[in-house]
Write a protein that binds this ligand. Structure first.
Ligand SMILES: NC(=O)c1ccc[n+]([C@@H]2O[C@H](COP(=O)([O-])OP(=O)(O)OC[C@H]3O[C@@H](n4cnc5c(N)ncnc54)[C@H](O)[C@@H]3O)[C@@H](O)[C@H]2O)c1
Length: 282
């Protein structure tokens, strides 16, 4: 006998780190939350048939596709979940919106502001539900911080201090994956990590009016992922994005902000994500 709950049939593109995390989350959701709908792991998409089939079996997806356009065309899919490298987000999201599919898109939404506006316009035009995976908003600590601010417990907000520090790129032998290629990623730590900090600041404090800042690349070349045959010394390629960035900000409500992000701050693992808010009452 069914539960009577509506099913939301998901089609997920990309089965890397986030594909695994999202798969786990869809499966766990009904166990942890009272939702009106139940996600169904309907179909997963990747380019390599053998690998995508293995990923589907491992993560529990019913079907697989090797072309994301075919996934979007399927009539047994309600939601398109985009977990590919950044340069593909906007194109896939626009195609999904045009096909009337709901969208969950990994951050950063697009490669630039203009592209982001296009995605938003298409999503609004087709009336689907759409969301960027700024997941940290939904952690209990951040929801509680929001309650404290909305209730006036902190008073008028004066300072926002946010840092998202990681260290996986500190190792100079970490290879030149897509995250170091500007055409595939758009930016480095700035878009990858600081986008989360800005999302949290907007969620908690409001819109930002003015910014100034820096971005810096310390490790300027890394070994190519595909090494030519028969060479002893690794062939290297240029890192095209920032390792770290810092921003000073002014919010529309007058609060001041200091933001720092880096992938090369030793001792931080993947989880050095922190935000502090000070108001005139706490
Ligand atoms: N919200 C968060 O906290 C968070 C954390 C990590 C990554 N991300 C975002 O998630 C996205 C994916 O990151 P990741 O760490 O999973 O990367 P990843 O490299 O581990 O996985 C990327 C996946 O995309 C697939 N892919 C690439 N081109 C494709 C194509 N043409 N068609 C179908 N699949 C294709 C790859 O095969 C791979 O499975 C990025 O945009 C990243 O910014 C978000």
């Amino acid at each position: 006998m069914g539960t009577g709950k509506k099913q939301l049939r998901v089609g997920m593109i990309g089965y890397g780190m986030m594909g695994l995390v999202h798969s786990r989350a869809y499966r766990a959701l009904p166990l942890h939350a009272h939702t009106e709908v139940v996600p169904v792991l309907q179909a997963i998409c990747g380019r390599d048939e053998k690998r995508v089939r293995q990923a589907a079996e491992k993560m529990g997806w019913a079907y697989y596709e090797t072309d994301w356009r075919r996934l979007i065309e399927r009539d047994d899919i309600d939601l398109i979940d985009i977990g590919t490298p950044n340069h593909m987000h906007a194109e896939i999201a626009i195609a999904a919106a045009k096909a009337g599919k709901h969208i969950l898109c990994e951050k950063p939404l697009a490669m630039n502001l203009e592209e982001a506006h296009q995605v938003l316009q298409e999503a609004q035009k087709s009336g689907i539900v759409h969301m960027v995976s700024f997941n940290y908003r939904y952690t209990p600590a951040l929801q509680y911080a929001k309650q404290l601010i909305v209730s006036g417990r902190l008073g008028n907000i004066r300072h926002v201090r946010a840092a998202f520090l990681q260290d996986w790129a500190l190792d100079p032998t970490a290879p030149l994956e897509w995250r170091f290629n500007k055409q595939l990623s758009g930016s480095g730590a700035l878009g990858d990590l600081m986008s989360h900090s800005f999302d949290l600041a907007r969620f908690l404090v409001g819109e930002v009016d003015r910014v100034t800042g820096y971005a810096r690349t310390f490790i300027e070349e890394r070994s190519l992922l595909q090494q030519p045959e028969g060479v002893n010394v690794p062939a290297m390629g240029a890192v095209q994005v920032d390792d770290c960035a810092g921003v000073l900000a002014e919010f529309a409500n007058g609060a001041t902000g200091v933001f720092e992000t880096t992938r090369i701050a030793g001792g931080n693992g993947l989880d050095g994500n922190r935000i502090e808010i000070n108001g005139d009452r706490g």
